[in-house]
Design a protein. Sequence first.
Length: 503
Amino acid sequence: MPSAETTSTNPQQPEPEQVRPTREDEVAAAGSELIGGPIGRRALLGVSRWTPARVIALVMLGMFALGMVQKFPCYDGAWFYGASSQYTHACYSDIPHLYQGRGFADGLVPYFDKLSGDMDYLEYPVLTGVFMEVAAWLTPGSGSIQHQEQVYWMVNAGMLMICAAVIAVCVTRTHRRRPWDALLVALAPAFALTATINWDLFAVALTAAAMLMWSRGRAFAFGVLLGLATAAKLYPVLLLGPLFVLCWRAGRWREFGRAALGAVAAWLAVNLPVMMLAPEGWSKFYTFSQERGVDFGSFWLIISQHRDTPLDTNVVNTLATTLMILACLGVAALTLTAPRRPRFSQLAFLVVAAFILTNKVYSPQYVLWLIPLAALARPKWRDFLIWQACEVAYFLGIWLYLAYTTSGDKHQGLPEDGYQLVVAAHLLGTLYLCAVIVRDIWLPDRDVVRRSGEDDPTGGVLDGAKDAFVLGQAARPRRHRHAAHATEGPPAVDWGRAPESSL
């Protein structure tokens, strides 16, 4: 049976040419003036060694390096001297602090050896713990502890740079007609600023690779990579939810089953040995997440700061879970009632964004989870940059707020009211992008990916598939535009429609 990788939707038509962002996006066209202007109509594409994947990977590496340079004030001393200097320079990173704080400097084995500080075991998922341990093996144990922490951060930065390159290549190749959309990821300022704060890029790279596999029709490989990503960070498992509803609408149960089987098998392969041999250490990530109180970046913190007494953690857990379930039900209803089946990347962004918006904590590096999904879901420079501006504001705001709270009587930085404003900016920026994506789903002719008549080029077996189960508006036959207006706006296409017998 031919795969989605080798089968076109309409074999009688030639392979469509690549979309050139400078010809369809006014912001991209204006930005291209910095490098000579939009590409011409007679430009020869695909005849150079400088393929989109190679160019975007190099751009990503360059931006990543700039992000490392931004951390140099801390590398030279702010991580080690002064309580607030790492915040005033906005160059904080968990990586050097946890080298000693989580026992790597002493050769302790994560999850098996108990720690002596305020955290009795490593509070990260197993595969991230393996990543951290590998970096510790590559860090020489000689010299002062400051030198070791500097080397440990540099080793981790090198490993995370590889993850960044993987993300760039995977996003470039996920949508074959729109490889240049991956420049949104490579040039995202929040990506460069937050890439080396923590180890999130490892899970993001595995998730990007999983999305690539699904777009090529390789459901089991998608599941394996998604299971590994979930073993590194919890959020990737959320992608199975929208995939379930999409496969429900398309009647693609076999492919979903293979994806779910691969995810469960990969997650168990990583977690089961540690779960059996060191159950207390293995469960620390989950108990810590449950017991953690309201923290930075969430709307729960704004509410808490306006109360005389702090919010109860159990109450917040219940309310946040309830809000997340309601958001997922809303996404499911949107999926089953939309006039055309939503694209996988659109729903993936909405679900992960819902988790971020309802969660009781938002660390600045969490934006990394959304950036590749945003580039696939809404490849429009204006909307992407509006959202990125809000995230950069939050990145600066949280460090200035911490500088204010740690500077004593000097009060250098951003006071509480100012911090609440940047938290609101982050929330509103994310909600704005969600709203635009929901509009694209409800009005698919507004979707820049579908304007050329494509269905879901990143959807793998879902691309061009007929609907098997729909509700509401989607179950009613659509009215075709009047012939007099047929040339106005993007073309109306029929892919994803339910067959007449199912209406």
